[in-house]
Write a protein that binds this ligand. Structure first.
Ligand SMILES: [Zn+2]
Length: 92
């Protein structure tokens, strides 16, 4: 069974003018399909932040199946349905 490993990440940026800002994201390794870099970058403007749903949809797109509409549990179900085993870790 091919494996997908998702490392969830957070980023934080503290600006003297704007105050703190936060971003979420992940790096993903998909066996036989390469990596997806959705690393977060917090900044005053143009921050890179990706929700869990965006990350799951990117994984589905990479393995060749883009659902028109799905929530997080449905995405996980679809990914598992295509025969992938998902492991997740919380990092920073
Ligand atoms: Zn700023």
């Amino acid at each position: 069974m091919p494996k997908i490993h998702i490392a969830w990440k957070n980023d934080e940026y503290d600006c003297d003018d704007c105050g703190p800002s936060f971003a979420n994201g992940a790096t993903v390794k998909i066996e036989d399909r390469g990596d997806i870099d959705m690393s977060p970058h917090a900044y005053c403007y143009d921050a890179d932040s990706h929700s869990k749903l965006e990350v799951y949809l990117a994984i589905l797109e990479r393995i060749g199946h883009t659902p028109l509409d799905a929530n997080e549990p449905q995405c996980l179900e679809l990914i598992a349905g295509f025969g992938y085993e998902i492991t997740e870790e919380d990092g920073d």
